[in-house]
Design a protein around this ligand. Structure first.
Ligand code: ATP
Length: 356
């Protein structure tokens, strides 16, 4: 048995970030214990708003270099509402990571584990099961670092769409759909914006490379409606950066909120795994944050690491989460339950043991 050693950069960040990352490591320790072939070396770094307050630099270059050398990156949450960087925007090293490591595909799986978690009527567990793939290097975020004078009379952001980024994004979404229900829905605003018409043209070209995958096309406004009315109609959704940012929160609300929304930002060589939620200062420090989004993000990490043992481990985490959440009492307050973060994690760890 050759050991598989993985160096994991652990970036807990701010607010509930450190709380959910701590719970996630308990699950990963269980993985190592159950599958000794997997060794996860935890390399912890302090970056984010708290680090900015401490040292004046939210993400020192030397730390970036070390993080980039790890096999995978596990991130909690970054930023605090009162801590602002230049231009009045939040401290967001996760956006720097996406751009600098060229993590072009933001993957956000959305799955309903229990009917009690959704505000929609008549949905069984598993009825909502989609993955949103968000372009993460350009789109309407492309000019986010441009600075404007305080007395400017007008401020402009640009929706930048390049052929190269779009082609690789669509190929990624189609390849993902091949492993799922073979349906990709493009979400754009091609009836109004030339950049989006260009985006759709490239989608149509790439679709021809995947004749086994069914395609649909929706404008973003119609997509918001359809997600609420008939979420079961979606398998893989692929969209622009800002549209994906908004729709992924909407989709998370359909399955229990931000505490249930895992995510991965994936590039050719690097990947960052993090819950889709922010630092949630309103509940930080109380031990009640839902750790499921972060734990499922770690399962995505194992899947991405890709060895047979890691794939098995990812599946055992998912099965354990599903088993625990099949009882609506076993939930943190955001899901209507009374468990603390660590009690819910304990239940998941126990279910992994049971499910072997
Ligand atoms: P960001 O701008 O960084 O995305 P945000 O301020 O939009 O963050 P979040 O920090 O994600 O939003 O919080 C939104 C709401 O969801 C808050 O009320 C927060 O308490 C709740 N929330 C977020 N994550 C969790 C979690 N893991 N468990 C329970 N509630 C959560």
């Amino acid at each position: 048995m050759t050991p598989e050693n993985y160096r994991i950069a652990s970036l807990p960040g701010d607010g509930i970030g450190p709380e959910v990352i701590e719970e996630t490591w308990r699950v990963l320790q269980k993985v190592e214990q159950m599958r000794p072939v997997i060794r996860l070396e935890r390399q912890e770094y302090s970056i984010g708003a708290a680090e900015f307050l401490r040292s004046g630099d939210p993400f020192p270059e030397a730390v970036f270099q070390e993080v980039a050398r790890c096999d995978a990156i596990l991130l909690g949450a970054m930023g605090l509402p009162d801590v602002r960087g230049p231009g009045g925007t939040e401290i967001a090293p996760q956006l720097d990571l996406r751009e600098r490591l060229d993590l072009f595909a933001g993957v956000r799986p959305v799955r309903l584990f229990h009917p009690a978690h959704t505000p929609l009527r008549g949905k069984e567990a598993g009825a909502i099961d989609l993955v949103l793939v968000r372009e993460s290097t350009e789109g309407l975020f492309s000019t986010r670092k441009r600075r404007w004078p305080d007395d400017a009379e007008a401020v402009t952001d640009e929706m930048r769409v390049t052929r190269a980024a779009s082609e690789r994004l669509f190929r990624f979404a189609f390849s993902l759909a091949m492993r799922r229900r073979r349906h990709v829905t493009l979400v754009d605003k091609s009836n109004v914006l030339p950049s989006m018409a260009f985006f759709r043209r490239i989608f149509d070209e790439i679709a021809e490379e995947f004749p086994g995958v069914r395609t649909s096309r929706l404008y973003v406004d119609a997509a918001a409606l359809a997600l609420v009315r008939r979420p079961e109609g979606f398998d893989v959704i692929v969209t622009e950066n800002m549209f994906g940012d908004i729709l992924s929160d909407l989709a998370a609300a359909l399955v229990g909120g931000m505490g249930m929304a895992p995510s991965a930002d994936i590039g050719e060589r690097h990947a960052v795994f993090q819950p889709a939620h922010g630092s949630a200062p309103d509940i930080a420090g109380r031990g009640i944050a839902n750790p499921v989004a972060s734990i499922l993000s770690a399962a995505m990490m194992l899947e991405w690491l890709g060895s047979e043992a890691c794939l098995d481990a990812a599946e055992s985490i998912r099965r354990a989460v599903a088993a625990v959440l099949s009882d609506p009492e076993r939930a943190t307050p955001d899901l209507g339950g009374r468990l603390t973060s660590s009690q819910l994690t304990e239940a998941i760890v126990a279910a992994m043991e049971d499910g072997q």
